[in-house]
Design a protein around this ligand. Structure first.
Ligand SMILES: Cc1cc2nc3c(=O)[nH]c(=O)nc-3n(C[C@H](O)[C@H](O)[C@H](O)COP(=O)(O)O)c2cc1C
Length: 220
């Protein structure tokens, strides 16, 4: 049996009802994140971030979710990276999380904007020094001759900031995705999964308000 012939899983860990979203889908996603953390899952905040490149081709990679509040979802990266350049052209993205042990998937779609300098500064200042230096040393998404060249860049940066605080690189910071659509998916037996799609219909208001979301059950 090859790896792609792996036996099918049956899902029966839970259910998802419209009533579970009574306080709004963002709060429900928060609870699912909390559940993933409480269950001790590895990298519970890891999400796939999908963007679109200049030729309209989809691109995707994992990032760590660092905030989920009434405004939406936040992650941090190098804004000169491939994803940063893509978001500068097409300021719209999708995020997907999968927590296999809980048999849950969450999808968010919406416009993306850079976070403020103040918020990015605060987050950067709280990172370990090694990560701060790495943000200066790595031109994310650019080729490098070999591992040794990358390590020389780190040594150069360590020398530059020796004995002092490491400021946030001007090209490094957060992004906020303001969700227009949130889908929660709970696995169920026989592939008859529960899917609830929530669409924001209330204009420019905080996404906290449960009455601003239209909720539809989708066929699995
Ligand atoms: C578990 C995990 C977490 C990651 N978290 C981040 C992150 O928060 N920010 C980031 O820029 N890259 C993160 N990465 C690396 C990205 O997946 C990706 O390799 C990098 O951002 C370059 O992507 P790009 O060339 O499409 O811009 C993470 C990778 C993994 C596997």
């Amino acid at each position: 049996m090859g790896p792609l012939d792996h036996p099918r899983e049956e899902y029966h860990a839970g259910t998802l009802e419209v009533g579970d979203l009574a306080d709004g889908p963002l709060q429900a996603v928060r609870r699912w994140l909390d559940d993933a953390v409480a269950a001790g899952l590895p990298e519970p905040t890891a999400v796939t971030l999908a963007t679109v490149d200049a030729d309209g081709r989809p691109d995707a990679r994992i990032v760590l979710l660092r905030g989920l509040d009434d405004r939406g979802a936040v992650w941090y990266t190098n804004r000169r990276s491939a994803k940063g350049r893509q978001l500068a052209r097409v300021a719209s993205a999708a995020l997907v999380a999968f927590w296999p042990q809980l048999e849950r998937q969450v999808r968010l779609q919406g416009p993306v904007a850079p976070l403020s300098d103040a918020e990015s500064d605060a987050y950067f200042a709280a990172r370990p020094r090694g990560s701060q230096l790495g943000a200066w040393a790595s031109e994310q998404s650019e080729p490098v001759a070999d591992r040794a060249a990358l390590e020389r860049q780190v040594v150069e940066v360590e020398g530059r900031f020796a004995g002092g605080d490491v400021p946030r690189p001007p090209y490094w910071g957060g992004y906020l995705l303001t969700p227009e659509v949130i889908e929660l998916w709970q696995g169920r037996p026989s592939r008859l999964h529960d899917r609830l799609r929530c669409t924001w219909v209330a204009g420019e208001r905080p996404r906290r308000d449960p009455s601003g979301w239209r909720v539809e059950r989708l066929q699995p």
